[in-house]
Design a protein. Structure first.
Length: 156
């Protein structure tokens, strides 16, 4: 490796300031004030360029595909409550026999009382199924009445 040196004027030292006009003691130059580089994705500080952030999405504003994926994870009482919120969800939310049976089996696994209380379950429609104990169960769920452990309420 060869090092090439060039003859020429000596480099000038950076400008410095001294303590006072009569002092020859060099001091460091004051630090330069730099602003951090702006990220192009962040908004500028100009008040006229600021736009308010978009509102968070709600369930009715989501695409139908996402709505159906979300409603597929609801239990029967939750799906029934969603179904009765407006016309759109009334038409799109499934509260069929499979969901009712899955909910009854889930209640049995959790040792919760059967909403029909031994008189048989009429799975033909939501109205027939909700007569009697189901409306009471939904009311208790809204008040978190089933959150407590109750030993004597389960099926045997």
């Amino acid at each position: 490796m060869t090092l090439i040196l060039r003859a020429g004027p000596a480099p000038t030292p950076p400008p410095s300031t001294s303590c006072s006009p009569s002092c020859s003691h060099p001091t460091r130059a004051p630090p330069r004030q730099t602003t951090p580089p702006q990220d192009p994705s962040t908004p500028q500080n100009d008040s006229e360029n600021r736009t308010p952030p978009p509102p968070p999405p709600t369930l009715p504003t989501l695409p139908p595909e996402l709505q159906s994926l979300i409603t597929a994870h609801l239990s029967y009482p939750d799906a029934l409550s969603l179904k009765h919120t407006n016309r759109h969800f009334f038409q799109t939310t499934d509260t069929g026999v499979r969901l009712k049976v899955a909910w009854l089996l889930e209640r049995r696994d959790q040792r919760l009382a059967c909403p029909s209380c031994g008189r048989g379950c009429d799975l033909a429609s939501d109205l027939r199924f909700c007569r009697g104990g189901v409306a009471r169960v939904i009311r208790r769920r809204r008040m978190h009445g089933e959150c407590e452990s109750r030993a004597g309420l389960g099926w045997t």
